[in-house]
Structure formats: C-alpha cells, structure tokens
Design a protein around this ligand. Structure first.
Ligand SMILES: [Zn+2]
Length: 412
C-alpha cells in the first residue's frame, strides 16, 4: 500500500492557511479575494512542478490533471473547496484540497501505473460566504447554474458572481463548454473534516460517508402589534416574539420526537422589530433549518411546523408567512466507491465508521453526473467553522493514505 508524506501535508496546509485575510481572528479566504489568488498561484506552482496540466475553469474551479495511460478512459476527480467562511478554521475545504494534491503527487513521484487520468479539483465558493447559497462552483460544474444565474447571485455590495469572476480574469460566459455530463468523469472522491463530533467521541479515525443530508431552510415572519410595554395589559397584546418563542420550542420538540432519529432542526437567526426594551415586539422573522437523510423526515417536520405556525398565529391574532429560502435533496453516495474505500481501509487496518454527513458538500452535487465517495477525518471536539477547528495530524494522514490508495484502485 502507498503512503502519503505527513511533512509535506503539514507544509502545504500551513502555506494554504497563510493566505488569510483575518490573521489572529480565524481563517478567511473569500472567493475572488487576493488570498484566493495567492492560493490558486500556490496550487498552480505545486501542480506544474509535478507536470500536471493546470486549468482554471470559467467560474474559478481549479483543476489539474495527471494523465493516465488510456486517453479514452474518463478521469477520476479528487478534491474539495478552497474558500472558507468568515473567521473560520484552517481545515474546512483545505484538508481535502491538500489531501488530493498529496495523493496525486505521491502517484506521480512513485510512477504508479494508472489507466484513468486523475484530476485534482479545488472548488470555488462552496461556503457561500460572499455570494450566498453556496456550492456555486459545483453547481456550475454540473450545469445547475447557468450564466444568467451567476448574474443574479450577488454579494453584500451588489456585485454579481458573474462580474466578480470577470474582474478576477475569468470568462464565465464560457461556462457551458465546461459543464460535466454523465460519463465525463468515472468517479469523484472528496476528503473532508467531519465537522461534527461522532468520530472524535468514538475515537474512530475514519468516516466513510454513505449519504449526505437534504436541507430545507424556511423563513417565518409573524406580525402582531408593537405597543407600549407599560400601558398595554397582558390580555390585549399581540406579541410576535412570544409567539415566535413558542414556535421555536416546537421546532426542537418536533425534530426530537415527531420524526426520525436522523432528523435535526434549528432556528439559528432571528430579527425582532422594533427590538426595543420598552416596546412589545410587533414583528419577528426567524429562519428554520431542517435536515435529514430521509426526505420524509424533512417533509414531516416542515408540515408539523407549518400547522403549528398557523395554530399559534390564529390563537394570538397574528399574521404569518412561511417562505422557502433554499432546499437540497438528500443524496446517497455510490455503493461502488464506498466499498472501494472500505476495502482500502481494511487493508490498511484502519478502524472506520460508515456514516452520514449532516453538512452539505460539493460532492452531493457531483452525484448527478458521477459515482461519488467521501472520506471524513475526525474534528477535535467536533468544532468547525471556527478558528479552533482542528484534526490530529495522525488522523489526517490516515485519511490521506486511504484516499491515495482508493484513488489508485479506482484508476486501474
Ligand atoms: Zn467544507
């Protein structure tokens, strides 16, 4: 079995994490920023020095190819995303980027015979930290976003993804020529930190992902009546925040007791108007994020929440609306690729857990065009999207070794 080089992995991770616009306050590498540029330059140099064919596609996905012996055989892709959230960690995305680069580097260095080409990919704008929504690079790559869509995705300054890509020197108008169709790629492998505490708690170094959750995000707005907090008797109030608090409690109850043990639901954001100490809240908007690997779990929770919003609003004389903010379906990863990863883990004597991903990933989009597999490495204390996000280097190397050998297996 082949082995990756931990010193090089460390060095590459440290270099990548040095392209950071918020040093001392976490890691921030936003799409089309100067840090993004430096990261791409670093990857280009590393790949060109190994003789890989480098290309940056019209939306900014970085791709580098190590050619296999059969030019007619579809390539196998491997990588993760290069962007971060604001004040995030150094491993989310970067771990998978460095792991893929390392795997291809070892295969090239050791002249491992491969029939299928291997293509390293660093996806652009997975987090949606700049242009909202997220997964933009992978959605564009599989044809889910058209050039028109890219013009409608804007950042806080009103600049569209399309314009930002152009300013970055890309030509998003050529997107259509780069869209992947079924059969273009044999498989895709992504290594990612788990971003949860399942592996860490169980002290298992490797997760083999079987399914990625579906997500439904709703925005609920309740409108009552703002009024004086001192002169309005309790029985004459139409308090939107108290109604919201009842609904929020119900959201937790519902995910816990009314659906499956894989169902989760979260209210993470709330706006209260006028948000003043001595005024009864007249209007409240909050978000609900529902996730499950089973569509029925999401549907059931959504249905019950909608009924409860209506019941509580009617009871309290409030007006309400429930709007869809975004949704993605649960996806199953390829059993074929999953079993290749499992076989490699067994050969390497690595303890593993077959599990689901509670976070969305570029990989989920790629299932539309190819066989996809994902490898998780443990997140210390389950922390992610925060400066403390970390993984034991030993565990990261284990994940990289499994990735490397699974790629070689698939490339035969
Ligand atoms: Zn990520």
């Amino acid at each position: 079995m082949l082995e990756t080089n931990l010193e090089r992995i460390k060095h590459n991770l440290e270099t990548l994490s040095s392209f950071n616009s918020t040093p001392g306050k976490g890691y921030t590498r936003l799409s089309f920023s100067s840090e993004h540029r430096k990261a791409l330059d670093f990857l280009s140099k590393a790949c060109e020095s190994m003789g890989f064919e480098v290309m940056i596609d019209p939306v900014g996905n970085f791709r580098a190819k190590l050619k296999g012996s059969d030019p007619g055989a579809p390539p196998i892709m491997c990588g993760s995303h290069i962007d971060t959230v604001l004040y995030g960690g150094k491993l989310d995305g970067a771990a998978g980027v460095v792991a893929a680069l390392e795997a291809l580097t070892v295969i090239k260095e050791q002249n491992v015979p491969i029939r299928h080409s291997l293509e390293f990919i660093a996806f652009v704008e997975e987090e949606g930290a700049s242009f909202g929504g997220g997964l933009i690079g992978s959605k564009a790559l599989v044809g889910k976003y058209t050039v028109e869509d890219l013009k409608n995705l804007t950042n806080d300054e009103g600049l569209s993804f399309y314009e930002a890509a152009k300013n970055f020197g890309l030509n998003p108008d050529e997107l259509e020529d780069y869209v992947l169709r079924k059969g273009d790629v044999k498989a895709l492998l992504e290594l990612h930190i788990e971003q949860g505490n399942v592996l860490y708690t169980k002290s298992i170094p490797l997760g083999i992902v079987e399914a990625i959750v579906g997500i439904k995000q709703l925005a609920v707005t309740l409108t009552g009546k703002a009024n004086h907090a001192g002169t309005t008797p309790m029985n004459l109030r139409r308090d939107a925040l108290v109604a919201a608090s009842n609904i929020i409690s119900f959201v937790e109850h519902c995910a816990k007791h009314e659906a499956f043990d894989t169902t989760v639901a979260t209210v993470g954001k709330i706006w209260c108007f006028p948000n003043v100490t001595n005024v009864i809240p007249g209007k409240v908007t909050f978000t609900i994020d529902i996730r499950d690997i089973k569509t029925e779990g999401i549907q059931r929770v959504e249905q019950l929440i909608k009924e409860e919003v209506k019941r509580i609003s009617d009871e309290r004389g409030l007006q309400y609306s429930v709007n869809l903010v975004g949704e993605s379906d649960p996806v199953k990863l390829s059993e074929k690729v999953v079993s290749v990863i499992q076989r490699v883990a067994e050969k390497l004597n690595v303890n593993f857990l077959r599990m689901n991903s509670g976070a969305g990933h570029d990989s989920a989009l790629l299932t539309e065009v190819t066989d996809v597999g994902m490898i998780f490495v443990p997140s210390i204390e389950g922390i992610s999207h925060a400066p403390e996000e970390d993984t034991e280097y030993e565990d990261l190397k284990t994940g990289c070794d499994v990735l490397l050998n699974a790629l070689v297996d698939l490339a035969q």
